[in-house]
Design a protein around this ligand. Sequence first.
Ligand code: NOJ
Length: 955
Amino acid sequence: MVLLKWLLCQLVLFTALSHAFTDYLLKKCAQSGFCHRNRVYAENITKSHRSYYKLDTGSIAHDPLQNVLHATLVKTIPRLDGDDIAIEFPFSLSFLQDHSVRFVIDEKERTVANNSGLSISPQRYNKTWQYAFDEKFRNKVLNKTNSPELHFFKQEHIANSLWSKLSSFLSLSNSTRDIVHLQNGNISLDIFTEPFQLKIYLQNTLKLIVNERSFLNIEHHRTKQENFAHILPEEITFNMFKDDFLYSKQDTLPLGPESIALDFSFVESTDVYGIPEHATSLRLLDTSQSEPYRLFNVDVFEYNIGTTQPMYGSIPFMFSSSATSIFWVNAADTWVDIKYDAQLNKTMTHWVSENGVIDVVVSLEQDIPTIINRFTDLTGRPFLPPISSIGYHQCRWNYNDEMDVLSVDSQMDAHRIPYDFIWLDLEYTNDKKYFTWKSNSFPNPKRLLSKLKKLGRNLVVLIDPHLKKDYEVSDRVISENVAVKDHNGNNYIGHCWPGNSIWIDTMSNYGQEIWKSFFKKFMNLPVNLTNLFIWNDMNEPSIFDGPETTAPKDLIHDNHIEERSVHNVYGLSVHEATYDAIKSIYSSSDKRPFLLTRAFFAGSQRTAATWTGDNMANWDYLKISIPMVLSNNVAGMPFIGADIAGFAGDPTPELIARWYQAGLWYPFFRAHAHIDTKRREPYLFNEPLKSIVRDTIQLRYFLLPTLYTLFHKASTTGFPIMSPMFIEHPEFPELYGIDDQFYWGDSGLLVKPVTARDQLETEMIFPPGIFYDFASLNSFINDGTDLMKKNITTPLDKIPLFIEGGHIIAMREKYRRSSKLMKNDPYIIVIAPDAEGRAVGDLYVDDGESFGYQRGEYVKTQLVLENGHILKNDPIHIPENLVDIHSDTLRNTNIEKIIIAKNELQQNLKLKSYVAVKQDGKEYSFPSKLSYENDHKIVILNPKLDITESWELII
Ligand code: NOJ
């Protein structure tokens, strides 16, 4: 039977190689018991206008010490005999950070009969936050949250002081409803007890309504026998105790129906974003006539485009254009319906998870960057990667042996194509046994690593969490009892690349330790070899003969936790343990890890980069890669890219050129290809393609100082690296739907990659201001107050790329073979003045590889141009021990060349014909060479100017 299933699966996968992803492997909402039940419940409740949930007013208690409000939420199931059933759910609410509210609804302890034979915990899983939240929040359980000040009023207080104000303000029809009003700084909140509802305000403006539509539904525990009595009139019983979907019929559903659901209405907005990963537009689709968005980590080879189907990663975080966000802290299979109402200027959403608790963090802010900042404060900042890892990565499934790797390495140099990482996919292993090398192909990994190291290059190898049965690694996992179990408590065996495999249980602390110990042995290299890094693939987990390509939901993890409860966070537990392993192995050299994961959850950004999985080499996948990368960028996980130039299939030369030109802007810039495709390392291309690709990759390297500065900003504030236009220009409603044109962070670089065949012209959209074509620095002005559309010619070697006036870009301009070899090169500064002759740019510099920056070993400066000719440098941070570390780590912090782009308005600005430096109010002439190219002023400084010092240059 298992074999038959496996064969069937192989067939499906094989078919998948030639077609797009086989949809029928995945459930539609109507085939998923809990999704369908909740959609029907929502429909019926809309008609009946009833609600069965109320907060018991008498139970409301405020714990002033912990600043938490506790209460009991009661669900009443009416019975004809009048013997209604009341189910209690503990409710707690607190303020988190300054502008966030967190509430949790659990189910009162669930008891199951002694003889139930259950091998899982009957309690709802309520620990997802411990994986998702950053360490600094992890140690605080909900009721230890530190809140500055919480004003708590019960109804009687409201009646005295606030009642009249509130009831007119909220236009309450039923003025006898109990309301609990809470205030914390700018945020206030009304809790309506019956029916249960929350209204959340920022500075007294209503932003979010929770349970406005009464879709709140918690399928409380009951046995199959008593089920009938526990059903509400609006409920259906579809697949409550069984699963009749073709591929998951085996699901034992040991606890029956357990789903949770709640609706959220975003007020004053008809644009919502987030909840990656989906191959759809950046602005989320209205799903009222289609499938809901699904968050469920699965392996979707050649996934379909434009659908709300689940993909490899899940971040249950959504925000609106009105800067309000929801973080649904749940790692179970989750579906989200979205309905825009233009008339009411509202977005109504409905969230449904298969089990677990309702644990929600709502944030209200003045703008979207602050929303993302809050979210990455809570779930952790994106890690600051080694600078080499934001260079170019050359990957394919597979480089066959050491010779192959070294020949790619030398060919790249021979053709002057810079790169930093070369990758080994699956086939480097001995018989797909991870933590081993195929000895005849890679007889001496240390030799390979030390050869690569000479030019500062790195090697990434793939290690997946499925482990082939019967070899020392899997044997140890079994003997240490840290394999994921089936529902009977036996080690689960499924099929993946190696055939029969087991899965490491990194949800267990001990499992993590064992996992780390494998890396310790595998990466036991000479101390000077710290250029080996890891790729965790297939960690959704992907299981070829599993339901929906993944793990059966009734598998069991450590502590009697069902896979059903933690599915979406398993991949994170794998890559976090891997990250910790690399970090500790390299601790003596203080080297920062680089790690790629395919599955992700909220919090994954702390330790890993990701990519958009198995795309195809055609134009549609190039086009969709941009909104996909943008979506992750606004959901706190910016280090992402798509396989260039499409994983499956052979791309045309034109597609290759355009894909590199788009991929250059992905935070993660990697070429990758399926094992069945033709070789396509860039030096193999004919001209002019080869030169186009080389120039593109070189441009990425020239821009590394700016990109690294953006990575630094992301690692401190969560600010997107590939950033939607509405982040920079929230004032234009039209920009909220744009996802084919974007900025690079706040650098002012504005790009619209060409993503269609034969496209020799593209229409770009420009906010008011001056825009400089990046290649020529020629400018044009949008002097209106509105957006302007303009056609840009796009011959094959041209990227539609502009610098917005008002920005300064730091670059390097010498071709070097890798990022490491650029370290000693001085900077060139490109200045794009605005209409007032002003421009600003940040520059962040550290050693690019160690954790020294966490000890203050970095330089951060801001360059400011005033009146078109005064350039000031004011370091914001320089290390205390600058002199000691300067030559060793920071290396070059000098500016050698300054280019001031010319614009039509500059006639009015004072332009100098000499360069002077100002000190103590006096001007001294500064040794330099001045020249003009197409009227753009070029200054070569000799001596160079150091950004670690304050200076003012008159140009
Ligand atoms: C699936 C990954 O998505 C792909 O990038 C990789 O090449 C294959 N696994 C083989 O390891």
